[in-house]
Design a protein around this ligand. Structure first.
Ligand SMILES: [Zn+2]
Length: 280
C-alpha cells in the first residue's frame, strides 16, 4: 500500500515518462529529497528542491552522443525502488565550420603534455561532488550579449578536426565584465592551451560553470563568489576565431546545454510552473 502510494505520488509528480534530449540535462522532481537515481553509467544524488524542501530533484545529464530510445532509471530511496522511465530523443544540432590557428588543431609535440595535464585536472574537478549547495537563487547569464554560436553545433576546425560545441558563445568584441552565473567557489583560474584564460566555479552538488578565453582574472582559486560578481574580462585567448566568451556548465561531469539547464533550474523557483516542468 505504501509502495503504491509512492508510485502514485511519483506519477503525480513526474508523469509516466520524462522526456530527455541528447546533450541536455533533464531536471526531475521527486516526492522526497532522499536517495539516489541509478542511471546507466552512474548513480546521481537526489538533492533538495530549491523552493519546496519536502521535495527532491535529480539532474540527469544525457550524453551528446547518447542513442535515442526508452531508458529505465531507478529511484533508490530507503526501503524502496521506484522506476523512473526516461525517453531520450535525438536533437539535430546545426553544423559549423571554423578556421583557427593551426597549432590549436595539430598542437606541437611540446604542448601535448600540457594539454593532457589540463584535461586531467579539469576532469578531476568535474568528477568531484561537493555535498553542499552554494546557491539559493535562480542562475543568470554571464553576459548580456548576442549569442554567436549555440551549444551543440557539430564543428569542423580547419577542414579536419571534428568535434561539437560544448558551451555557448557570447559576442564580446571589446573586453566586457563576465558575471558569475550564481554563488559558488572558484576552483580554477588560469591560462589553458585550448580554453585560454579559464575560470571554473563550483556551485556544489556536481554543478560547475566554466568561462573561457578571458583576458583578465578578477578572482583567485578559493574565492567565494556571489551571483553577478565580475570574475574577469572577456578576451581572445586559446582556440578562438575572434574575441568572445565561451560559457559552459558541467553536470555530474557531463557537458550539458548550459542555457537549457539554467532554464530548467530557474523554473523550479516558479511555484505555478512546477507541474509543467515535471511533465515536459
Ligand atoms: Zn565556445
Amino acid at each position: 500500500m505504501h509502495y503504491l502510494l509512492m508510485v502514485f505520488l511519483l506519477i503525480a509528480a513526474t508523469g509516466w515518462s520524462n522526456d530527455a534530449f541528447t546533450g541536455k540535462s533533464t531536471v526531475i522532481i521527486l516526492p522526497s529529497p532522499a536517495g539516489q537515481v541509478s542511471a546507466p553509467d552512474k548513480n546521481l544524488s537526489v538533492v533538495m528542491h530549491p523552493l519546496d524542501r519536502s521535495k527532491g530533484i535529480v539532474i540527469v545529464p544525457v550524453d551528446y552522443y547518447a542513442s535515442a530510445g526508452d531508458y529505465n532509471l531507478t529511484w533508490n530511496t530507503p526501503g524502496r525502488k521506484v522506476p523512473l522511465p526516461l525517453s531520450i530523443k535525438t536533437v539535430s544540432y546545426p553544423a559549423e565550420t571554423l578556421s583557427v590557428d593551426p597549432s590549436k588543431v595539430t598542437p606541437p609535440p611540446e604542448a601535448l603534455e600540457r594539454i593532457a595535464q589540463e584535461q586531467a585536472e579539469a576532469m578531476s574537478i568535474y568528477n568531484t561532488f561537493t555535498p553542499i549547495r552554494y546557491w539559493d537563487k535562480p542562475f543568470i547569464r554571464p553576459l548580456e550579449s548576442n549569442i554567436t554560436s549555440e551549444y551543440g553545433s557539430a564543428r569542423t576546425y580547419n577542414g579536419t578536426l571534428k568535434s561539437y560545441h560544448g558551451g555557448v558563445d557570447f559576442r564580446a568584441r571589446t573586453p566586457l565584465s563576465i558575471l558569475a552565473a550564481n554563488d559558488g567557489i572558484v576552483v580554477l583560474a588560469k591560462e589553458r592551451y585550448y580554453a585560454g584564460g579559464t575560470v571554473i566555479i563550483d556551485h556544489g552538488e556536481g554543478l560547475y560553470s566554466c568561462y573561457f578565453h578571458l583576458s583578465r582574472f578578477d578572482v583567485n582559486v578559493g574565492d567565494q563568489v556571489k551571483q553577478g560578481q565580475s570574475i574577469g574580462l572577456t578576451g581572445a585567448t586559446g582556440r578562438i576565431t575572434g574575441p568572445h566568451l565561451h560559457f559552459g556548465i558541467m553536470a555530474h561531469a557531463h557537458q550539458t546545454d548550459p542555457l537549457y539547464l539554467i532554464e530548467q533550474i530557474n523554473m523550479l523557483f516558479k511555484q505555478e510552473s512546477q507541474g509543467q516542468l515535471a511533465t515536459r
